[in-house]
Design a protein around this ligand. Structure first.
Ligand SMILES: CC(C)(COP(=O)(O)OP(=O)(O)OC[C@H]1O[C@@H](n2cnc3c(N)ncnc32)[C@H](O)[C@@H]1OP(=O)(O)O)[C@@H](O)C(=O)NCCC(=O)NCCS
Length: 217
């Protein structure tokens, strides 16, 4: 298992991994409106907007996880709303909700512009992370967040945030365990955040007890 930079040939894997973890951490492929809707909202746009902030976890069977995001949420939202969302509205035009589908709510999402919460001034970067079951529980989630935070910090972001559904109890517990703190509560969950490593500081993250972030191949 190793972490490496994104390549354009990884794009289909982003959609696949997003779908197979998209139902609050579980596989949503059997009950989705459309297999690319989840990845179109939460994975592929980041790799398109800034591939250098997309890291791929890979083992002998291929890509099995990613961490991706933006160092500048305001700039990303401006691009997402003017370039990416119009594409999605065309691609998914006419798609109807399906009873019981986990991604029904994303059909509404693509018809609303992305809003930028006020706390992005303090937490300008944001990320998404998803690992397939075979990659979970081995310490890679922690390492990937620290590696990504170092990249975002090098871009000048002093801190990052992420959104997590309260229905995804495992992810909430994981984030809190590795040191993210609560920024805000919403009707669907939490915004959590963490500072990025400062230049010259211990690169192993806030707890400093798990070694440095893995080198990228
Ligand atoms: C959530 C996720 C990113 C965590 O990554 P992971 O590789 O499984 O987690 P790690 O093995 O790196 O765990 C790091 C630490 O968090 C702890 N941890 C992980 N899950 C936990 C949980 N549910 N409760 C408490 N602690 C937890 C681990 O015990 C470990 O502790 P340690 O380093 O002190 O020994 C990963 O499981 C995943 O992608 N899940 C499915 C998709 C998903 O839910 N994504 C998040 C969407 S917001």
């Amino acid at each position: 298992m190793h972490l490496r930079p994104f390549r354009s040939t990884d794009t289909d894997h982003l959609y696949d991994i997003c779908l197979r973890t998209g139902d609050n951490g579980r596989d949503g492929s059997d009950r989705c409106v459309h297999p690319r809707l989840c990845g179109s909202c939460f994975a592929a746009p980041y790799a398109e907007h800034d591939p250098s902030l997309c890291l791929i976890l890979e083992d002998d069977d291929g890509p099995c996880g990613y961490v991706l995001g933006t160092a500048d949420t305001r700039a990303f939202a401006a691009w997402f709303n003017t370039v990416w969302l119009p594409r999605l509205r065309r691609e998914f035009a006419g798609l109807k909700p399906r009873p019981g589908a986990f991604d029904n709510w994303m059909l509404d999402l693509i018809h609303e512009d992305m809003e930028v919460p006020g706390f992005v001034d303090a937490y300008p970067a944001h990320l998404h992370i998803d690992l397939l079951p075979r990659a979970q529980g081995g310490g890679w989630g922690r390492r990937m967040i620290h590696a990504w935070a170092a990249l975002a910090g090098a871009r000048g972001a002093p801190a990052f945030h992420l959104g997590v559904s309260s229905a995804n109890a495992n992810a909430v517990a994981f984030y809190r365990h590795i040191g993210l703190h609560e920024i805000a509560r919403t009707e669907w969950g939490y915004f959590l955040g963490m500072e990025t490593p400062k230049a010259g500081s211990d690169p192993s993250g806030p707890r400093g007890d798990h070694g440095p972030p893995p080198a990228l191949d």
